[in-house]
Design a protein around this ligand. Structure first.
Ligand code: C5P
Length: 404
């Protein structure tokens, strides 16, 4: 899993996973591993058809508990059909068959999974997998619309080659998409109603049509912040430099290349943002272009003039309105605290997160970060080296405390 999705703070929260009969049922085992790695406690229910493809034992062996089979299985006690609703914060059905979608839409309670889902009052996520003709059937279309209208989180199946050799829509959605939707459903929505703007990744500044000036930022820290805010219910806009990171569809993503493009995109979005956090490693300078085409190596020595780029965060600091909260990052190689204090004041920030890019486990491309955090009220903390997802979570906790 990409490090910006590897959240670990879900100990004490629970999710119930329903699995239906589909050749994609084996993928539910991988989903279970992804979900338990967050700390979530996961129970599971396999329909009778699911048990033709995968076994209860596999789910138990990978950490699921309790694991339910048929309604009247003596091992479940008299109230197994009601139990997930008493302990789980969210329910996920993946893969969901055409049959189970129909049961859910109608509210049938004639077998264990459908009955548990009917009795479940929390958020429900469904991710179907089926043959395209089953998916396109008018009855399935109607059931899908019914579930959406009821507020069920409906993860559309993907297009592609089917196990039966046909092509079309019906493949189980990518596991990352199902994982983040399930995680969001199990997350306390304490940032609901907040508009968050992020910049992330490097920028590229062209010398000519084939060369650029840039830096090794992968955007992991900013992407972890974007996903964490979205999981917690915020509306998120992410202005991304060139990065190879996947972001959930629910995040409004704007892809840019140069610092000037990032500046334009971010400043267009800034007036509507309540919180903005600039994590991008923006190139402070751009080479003066050589003109159209490519600079040839036999054209003589290469002399480059660098022009300053706009400082996006400083521009936000100047433009900010009274309700807006601003967070910046500082990548430093020495004197962390002094530089952090200077930038916090100069750029008119509420919060600054500084890291020593030369320290082990910190900085560009690492999945972890060791940071110093300082706010405008003078509170300062040094955190140990933590996963970037955990750093992200704590930064939003701090921003939330500042706003209240
Ligand atoms: O001044 P310095 O580049 O160290 O400040 C770092 C902070 O400013 C980061 O939050 C970075 O995203 C932001 N920044 C920016 N535009 C620039 C340079 C830095 O938004 N041109």
């Amino acid at each position: 899993m990409q490090p910006h999705l590897a959240f670990t703070g879900y100990l004490g929260r629970r999710l119930h996973l329903g699995v239906c009969g589909s050749v994609a049922a084996y993928k539910a085992l991988e989903l279970l591993r992804m979900l338990t790695a967050t700390g979530l406690g996961v129970g599971a229910t396999l329909t009778a058809s699911a048990e033709r493809f995968v076994t209860r034992l596999s789910f138990e062996a990978l950490g699921a508990g309790p694991v339910y089979g048929p309604m009247f299985d003596p091992g479940h006690g008299p109230f197994g059909h009601l139990e997930p609703g008493q302990s789980a914060h969210a329910m996920l059905v993946a893969p969901a068959s055409a049959n189970t979608l129909a049961r859910l839409a109608l509210g049938l309670a004639d077998e264990m999974l459908a009955c548990q889902a009917l009795a479940f009052e929390g958020p429900l996520v469904v991710a179907p997998a089926m043959n395209p003709r089953l998916w396109n059937a008018p009855a399935t279309r109607a059931n899908w619309e019914t579930l959406k209208a009821r507020g069920v989180v409906c993860v559309e199946p993907a297009c592609g080659d089917m196990a039966c050799g046909e092509q079309g829509r019906g493949r189980l959605a990518p596991l990352e998409e199902i994982y983040v939707q399930a995680l969001r459903a199990a997350t306390v929505q304490d940032l609901a109603g907040i508009d968050v703007l992020l910049t992330l990744g490097p920028t590229r500044e062209s010398f000519d049509c084939v060369r650029h000036w840039s830096n090794p930022s992968t955007g992991t820290m900013g992407a972890a912040l974007a996903v964490a805010a979205w999981l917690r219910g915020a509306r998120v806009h992410a202005v991304c430099g060139p990065v190879a990171l996947w972001l959930p569809q629910g995040i409004e993503r704007v892809d840019v290349t140069s610092a000037r493009e990032m500046h334009q995109a971010a400043m267009d979005l800034f007036p509507a943002a309540q919180w903005a956090c600039c994590t991008a490693a923006v190139a402070d300078f751009r080479p003066e272009p050589f003109g159209p085409g490519k600079f040839k190596k036999d054209s003589g020595p290469l002399a480059v003039t660098f022009l300053p780029n706009p400082d996006i965060l400083a521009a936000m600091g100047q433009a900010r309105g009274p309700g807006q909260r601003l967070c910046g990052f500082a990548a430093e190689a020495a004197d962390l605290e002094a530089h952090a204090r200077g930038k916090l004041a100069r750029k008119r920030l509420d919060l600054i997160v500084a890291n020593d890019v030369t320290a082990p486990g910190s900085g560009f491309a690492a999945p972890t970060n060791g940071v110093l955090v300082l706010d405008a009220q003078g509170r300062l903390e040094r955190w140990p080296v933590l996963p970037k997802t955990e750093v992200a979570w704590r930064i939003w906790d701090w921003m939330l405390a500042l706003s209240s």
